[in-house]
Each structure stands twice: as C-alpha cells, then as structure tokens.
Design a protein around this ligand. Structure first.
Ligand code: CA
Length: 342
C-alpha cells in the first residue's frame, strides 16, 4: 500500500494546501518561462530587401507579418525627430553631393546641422561604407536605384496607422532614442521630444503596441521617471563597456524601470552557438529578452544556414528578435508553432 507523503495531513487540510500551491505556482514559474510566440521586430523595416528606414521598407515588413516596426530616431537642426539610424548622413544618403562644404572637421555630415527642409531634399540609398563607396551588404537593394526619402517620426506613425487601418492588422512600433547625451550636447532633448510625439499618437500605456528602446541606462531611468513614460521600455545592451548591465545586480536594477533588455545575439549564444545563461537570468529578473539582429547575409561562423541561427536563438528562449528579414523569421516561427521546425 502506498504511503502518504505527510501521513498527518488528511481531507480538508490536504485540499487547502493543494489550493495554496496552485495559487502560488503561476507566480513562481511565470518569470522563467519563455514566451509561447516570440515577436518579430522588423529591424529598420524589412531592411534586408529595401533601404533601411524608408516607408517602402516599413510597408514591406508590415505585409510580411512583422509584429513591430523599428524606428531609430535622431533630431534635425530645427528640432524635428526623424527616422534615421546614424546621427550622420553619409552612409545612407547623397548629402555629400547635395550639400558640399557642410561636413564638420570630422569629415561627416551631421543630422543636427541640417533643417528638416534640407533633409527632405536628400535621396536615401542602401547603406554603404562612405570611405570605399561599397555597399555594406553586397546583395541587398542596388544602391542609387529608385528614389527614397527621409521621413519624420510623425510621418511614419501616420503611415503605419494608415496601413494598420487598411489591412485590419495592428503592427506595433519600437522606437529607439539614439544618442541622447550627444543630442543634449547639440542642444536637443530627444527623449522628451519622442515621448511627447508618442503620447500625441496614442501610445501611452503598457497595453499599447509600443516599446521605447535606448542604450544609455541613465536615459532609460529618466524616460520612466522625469519624462513619465508608462509604456513598455527596453534597455539596450551593447559591447564590453556595458557588461555591468548583465550582472545579477545590473539586471535587477534594470527591472526597476524597464520591461526588457535588447542584447546583441552574441550575448545570448556563445561562439559555438550554445545558449549562455543570459535569457534565464533576465527572465528570473522579470525582463523579456529581444536580441538584435537576425541577418541572413551575416551569419556567425558556427551557423550553416539562417535557419540554424534562428533555431538556436529561439531555442534559447528569447521573447522576440530584431530581424532584417522579417518574412523568414515569421515563417520559421510559424513552422515551429505548427510543429514543423527545421
Ligand atoms: Ca536600432
């Protein structure tokens, strides 16, 4: 005859204990469980196919099933937030041809030296190395072909609201506040300007489809504190100089203000493609993990294919990922959800 684990406990007492255990169980396990369906964040739009941060790249990503579109945000001279990755214009536009003599001593054309009206005369192209003129990703959209322009953050939000309405599918936004300290030295409070725009466009709470992201930890605290942002907030994590952020103390501190972290893939998967303990530790701190960046044309040496990389990253338990190829990432996740992973 099997013995009871606690012979003294019977009937109502046992049922009461079981009820308490059931109540506690979800609380104890929720932090460590990976999301059932990770989100796909279109990195600068469907930038694997069209020049980054152009409206066509955003429209394509929407059509490819991305859950959110990323906007990197920088400021113009006249204080307008525009959607561009760099605080300089040389790698993605014809600024050197259109505005000769406007580079600084460092040889670069800085966004904050140009008014919005001036920036609107530029053509955006596929990213290139200004020193060599070679495309960063050789097989992507041919440089200089067709015409693409710079858009303001508000223009992109209006554009997205339009597609969300016409397709009946709500895709979220994922704005990154670029280089707040540098912007401050140029006389601009970029975080304040972005938060005001988001509020005006109806993004305000954690129920709204918007994550603000930023690398500078002090600014992340300020966004949550002084600037009163109550929506979702992600602390981006870069290279060695930000190692402190991924210590247990660092993650606990992030969790007091932010909802998640955005680490490079190299912090989630080691040089052999095996998971590190970062996802587990971030989940234990109550943080989601959205690493950057999945690129079919820039694989780590251990990955034989893009699906090798995607498989390893999602097997590590991440809650989403930035992808230059949102269609391929959406497709991989759908195959996994239907029980047909590669
Ligand atoms: Ca970014």
């Amino acid at each position: 005859m099997p013995t009871r684990p606690w012979p003294g406990l019977r009937g109502p007492w046992l049922r009461a204990l079981a009820a308490i255990a059931l109540l506690l169980l979800p609380r104890l396990t929720v932090a460590a469980e990976p999301s059932a369906m990770p989100i796909v964040i279109a990195h600068r739009g469907a930038s694997g196919y069209l020049p980054e941060h152009t409206l066509p790249a955003k429209a394509l990503a929407h059509g490819q099933g991305a859950d959110a579109l990323e906007q990197d945000v920088v400021m113009t001279r006249d204080g307008v937030p525009v959607v561009l990755h760099d605080t300089t214009l040389d790698a993605v536009s014809d600024v050197a041809v259109k505005f000769p003599g406007r580079a600084r001593a460092d040889g670069k054309h800085h966004c904050t030296d140009f008014t919005l009206a001036e920036l609107q005369t530029l053509s955006l192209t596929e990213r290139l190395d200004p020193a060599t003129g070679r495309q960063t990703y050789a097989d992507r959209f041919p440089r200089g072909q067709s015409r693409f322009g710079i858009v303001t953050l508000e223009e992109e939000l209006d554009f997205l609201a339009g597609i969300n309405r016409s397709t009946g599918r709500t895709v979220g936004i994922y704005p990154e506040i670029k280089s707040p300290a540098w912007h401050r030295s140029e006389g601009h409070d970029i975080a304040k300007a972005v938060v005001e725009i988001l509020h005006r466009h109806g993004y305000a709470t954690k129920a709204d489809p918007c994550h603000i992201q930023c690398f500078e930890a002090d600014e992340v605290k300020r966004i949550r504190g002084d600037l009163g942002w109550q929506g979702k907030l992600v602390q981006l994590i870069g290279g060695k100089d930000q190692d402190r952020l991924v210590t247990p103390e660092g993650l606990a501190e992030i969790a007091t203000v932010a909802d998640g972290i955005g680490p490079p893939i190299e912090r989630v998967l080691d040089p052999a493609g095996k998971p590190t303990d970062l996802v587990e530790r971030a989940h234990a701190a109550g943080l989601v993990v959205h690493p950057y960046t999945l690129r079919r044309d820039r694989l780590p040496s251990w990955a034989g294919s893009f699906d090798d990389l995607q498989g390893a990253l999602f097997a590590a338990g991440v809650d989403g990922a930035f992808s230059d190829f949102p269609d391929l990432t959406v497709a991989w996740l759908r195959r996994r959800a239907t029980g047909r992973p590669d």
